[in-house]
Design a protein. Structure first.
Length: 616
């Protein structure tokens, strides 16, 4: 696992060279180098790195593969795509996306009024806007305004009441009406934790009966010519190709039937999202069983085949695969603050002249352990520890003996791991399954990796350096929230091995990859930890890179303001309480108020350096 499965999940976006993980682009800087540059500015908490060139790479791959398939199968329709804003609405992402999208005519999808406002303000001219989700009259009105602004806007109907509102608003506007799409409720569903996006009991879409009624409503209102698209969606992360093929056959036949019923301008099928991202970093576990080439071939071939069989026009193809576009562009880097076994050093031993027999035996095990007896002594030490802890509970040994027990057992474990690391995975695994090192990270799992907490979604993780050394510590990762759920535990199915580091001498950083889709906007302000500092890394043609758009994590005052605290009143209250305190000398009160004001303007993450003795 020394390469952390980088060949499985990275799509060649990142590589390992000289013991460092590097960006596989132009000058190929290491993430370690980039983070060091950022820390020179004083940043000490977690950092989210954005790489716009990876957004461009994914969009180009999507268009290239669909256009290749269209040409290969002599398909008469065209390919279009939109980015679903629900995946990532952050300004630094959107402002990178829009210029990249321009040459592809890549548009935006909105699922709320606020998202539609973003689309209306930022979308490139002539690029499509699709509007999904439940809509009230004001959201539909925004869709009409979008069309009046010149945007190629399609309002996708989720229910017949929305169509009634569109008909009414169209009368008021008495002119240009946006395109109308109908979301169809397929019998086909996806698989996995997002499968309920599709299927006959799904949240969205019109049944066959409702489709017939919608057609009649459009015809009677004179809006049938505005009906241009049908839309379906069977899941956010479709790991298997078969559900896609089944859904396409069903949707293709519905499309053909609606065309024959008089929907002459119905020329578009929107597949929704679902293109899977490979998150696994282990050979025996995979989250996607198909390639982009296979996906595009199947879509184009099946729609061509159905159109030919039914004698209808081959439709233009739309997709809304936001995860595929956004996931790879963002990397979360967080410093390790502490290894919880590091206090167990030989210097900490306080051995007595006459120790309890089991403590003395532990010391003898520690001094005589070697490669041939390492596993045996490891097991003996654990047995001795259990016995000694029982003796402590019964009052037969004191706290100094207990401390010596804990230190000696940890020293034996570390020696056993070091002595067996060249003996093969089986020997080492016997230790790793029993003992994990806990790495404390300066981040909030709830804020930066909410899908792990909520769905058990794992993300590729690896250290930034020392990748030419064999990692030996089976790692559990702890965040800095005061919540026991803020942990990524060691799991034998997803083993994470890290290095044994001395944080008094060196810094050690971990990077989480593929976090650019959903994680940012779904992040929770648990313990009031907010979005980490973000930095955009842009490359010039000469290979050099610059750090742009650095936005530091919110200050404590900003966080409280977002929670609707009156921060002026709060600061006045604190100032008054300090002034009234009898515990503070009068001459020092102004200085304390000044110190408090400075602290209120810092962010909530821990501002410390792992190197002991340095000013954090």
């Amino acid at each position: 696992m020394k390469n952390y499965g980088i060949h499985i999940w990275s799509n060649d976006d990142f590589i390992i060279e000289d013991g460092l993980v590097k960006v596989n682009y132009r000058s190929k800087p290491s993430l370690y180098e980039i983070i060091k540059r950022i820390r020179e500015t004083g940043i000490r908490g977690p950092v989210l790195l954005r790489f716009p060139h990876l957004i461009r790479k994914q969009i180009a791959a999507l268009y290239s593969e669909f256009n290749r398939a269209i040409e290969s199968f002599e398909y008469k329709g065209r390919f279009h795509a939109v980015f679903p804003l629900k995946v990532n609405q952050f300004p630094n992402f959107i402002e990178s996306l829009i210029p990249i999208a321009r040459p592809f005519n890549y548009g935006l999808e909105a699922g709320s009024k606020a998202e539609l406002i973003i689309a209306m303000a930022y979308n490139n001219k002539n690029a499509p806007i699709t509007v999904n989700g439940f809509k009230d009259r004001s959201m539909i009105t925004l869709g009409f305004l979008s069309a009046r602004m010149g945007h190629d806007t399609t309002l996708t109907i989720e229910g017949l009441n929305e169509l009634e509102n569109i008909i009414e608003v169209a009368k008021e506007f008495d002119g240009l009406t946006p395109n109308i799409g109908l979301r169809i409720r397929l019998h086909t569903s996806g698989i996995g934790i997002w499968a309920k996006s599709g299927g006959i009991n799904s949240k969205f879409g019109l049944t066959s009966t409702e489709l017939l009624e919608a057609m009649e409503m459009l015809r009677k209102s004179g809006l049938l010519d505005r009906f241009t698209m049908i839309h379906f969606h069977i899941g956010s992360q479709i790991g298997e190709i078969n559900p896609v093929k089944k859904a396409l056959r069903e949707a293709g036949n519905i499309y053909a039937e609606l065309k024959k019923m008089g929907a002459k301008n119905l020329n578009n099928i929107n597949l929704g999202g679902g293109l899977a991202v490979e998150y696994s970093q282990h050979e025996h576990i995979h989250h996607r069983n198909y390639t982009l080439t296979e996906f595009t071939n199947d879509v184009v071939f099946l729609l061509k085949e159905i159109a030919h069989q039914k004698g209808v026009q081959e439709p233009d193809i739309y997709t809304e695969s936001g995860r595929f576009i956004a996931a790879s562009h963002a990397v979360l880097v967080t410093p390790v603050l502490e290894l919880f076994s590091q206090e167990y050093t030989e210097k900490g031993l306080r051995l007595k002249e006459h120790n309890p027999p089991l403590v003395q035996e532990l010391y003898d095990l520690y001094k005589s352990i070697n490669p041939s007896n390492a596993i045996e002594y490891f097991h003996d030490s654990l047995d001795h520890m259990e016995s000694l802890l029982t003796l402590f509970d019964l009052g037969y040994i004191d706290l100094q003996d207990r401390s010596n027990t804990e230190i000696l057992v940890h020293l034996i474990i570390k020696k056993a791991i070091e002595l067996t690391k060249e003996k093969g995975r089986a020997e080492l695994k016997r230790i790793q399954d029993r003992v994990q090192e806990r790495y404390l990270l300066n981040f909030s799992l709830f804020q930066s990796l909410p899908d792990f907490w909520g769905l058990g979604q794992r993300f590729p993780v690896m250290p930034l350096n020392r990748l030419d050394e064999t990692p030996t510590r089976s790692a559990s990762l702890w965040d800095i929230t005061c919540d026991s759920d803020g942990e990524i535990d060691f799991n034998v199915d997803y083993p994470l091995l890290l290095h044994d580091v001395d944080l008094a001498k060196e810094e050690y950083f971990l990077a989480f990859f593929l976090v650019g889709a959903y994680q940012e906007i779904l992040g929770m302000k648990h313990n009031l930890f907010t979005h980490p500092t973000e930095v955009t890394v842009e490359f010039a043609k000469d290979g050099s890179y610059t750090l742009k758009n650095m936005v530091e994590a919110q200050s404590i005052l900003d966080i409280l303001y977002d929670l609707d605290y009156d921060i002026n009143a709060l600061q006045s209250r604190l100032k008054s309480l300090i002034a009234e305190s009898d515990l503070i000398e009068t001459a020092k009160k102004d200085r304390i108020i000044e110190m408090l004001n400075l602290l209120l303007h810092e962010n909530n993450y821990l501002k410390i350096s792992p190197k002991r003795g340095e000013d954090g």
